[in-house]
Design a protein around this ligand. Structure first.
Ligand SMILES: [Zn+2]
Length: 280
């Protein structure tokens, strides 16, 4: 696992990037967080400015707030470009710390859950589309300002980014954190937000929930037993939203917790302090 606690110590340090060499009195970009594979940065820029990350437009809220996310395979550097309302432009190179991810082998899964049938593949695609739809949502709210907490306590049985080998077959990397906990334990909202998906019985994810935290940031909770809140419902950090289950593709009861900025999966463990000792 990445030296998470050390990283968290600096994770929310304020980092001010002067955008190029701005004229006296002009504000640049303010970024909170660190740039590392899997990380989230919260930024603010002058009202009315437009922003690009590696030439991809980044939505900026009316108050100048924006989010940047670096995926598991983010390269060593990314360029932020800003076009200020007055016509001035600036650009800045961000160095992105590279991580090493481990290989995680899981055996004993139902073979049809590792190599699904053509019919199951159809269903999987439809379910994935529902999740992607929830992920694509952009709400101009800053619910994420509540900060994040662990949604459940227990042993961390799977970390972000691992290359997965399921029943001996290479599969997609794990873009979340697994928390082993007894069936029926409460799952709470990791941050303030609005439930954007509450769905029972997905092939891989089982009973699943997605919460929208604003500006394209969301969290997903999978393999749940019971869902306690409904789509469209406003939830607060710490509020019970579900119970831990063993639905979908699992070997035992646990919570899969993911964080995404639009469709880019980020590392939830970078947003919270280390798991409390009692849960280890
Ligand atoms: Zn998982």
């Amino acid at each position: 696992m990445a030296p998470r606690s050390a990283r968290n110590a600096v994770a929310w340090a304020l980092l001010v990037l002067a955008a190029g060499a701005p004229p006296a009195g002009a504000a640049g970009i303010i970024l909170e967080g660190i740039a590392i594979q899997g990380s989230l940065m919260i930024g603010r820029v002058e009202v009315g400015a437009k922003l690009w990350l590696d030439d991809v437009p980044v939505p900026v809220a009316k108050n100048g707030e924006f989010l940047l996310g670096f995926g598991r395979n983010a390269g060593r550097q990314a360029r932020i470009k800003v076009a200020f309302a007055g016509g001035r432009t600036a650009s800045r190179l961000l160095r992105i710390e590279q991580r090493e991810f481990k290989i995680e082998r899981i055996d004993g899964l139902e073979p049809k859950k590792v190599t699904p049938s053509p019919e199951d593949l159809k269903r999987i695609r439809a379910e994935k589309a529902l999740i992607n739809e929830a992920r694509a949502r952009f709400t101009e709210k800053s619910y994420f300002r509540s900060g994040f907490i662990w949604p459940a306590e227990g042993r961390v049985s799977g970390v972000y980014g691992s290359q997965r080998v399921l029943n001996g077959k290479a599969r997609a990397p794990h873009l979340g954190v697994d928390i082993a906990a007894p069936k029926g334990s409460l799952v709470v909202a990791a941050a303030d937000g609005v439930v954007s998906l509450a769905y029972n019985g997905m092939f891989f994810s089982g009973n699943v929930m997605v919460i929208d935290h604003g500006l394209g940031l969301g969290s997903i909770y999978a393999h749940l037993e019971r869902l306690l809140v409904k789509e469209g419902q406003r939830v607060e950090q710490g509020q019970p939203i579900a119970t831990v289950g063993a639905t979908g593709r699992v070997t035992g009861p646990h919570l899969h917790w993911g964080i995404h900025l639009f469709r880019v999966g980020l590392d939830p463990a970078l947003l919270v302090p280390p798991m409390p000792a009692a849960g280890k």
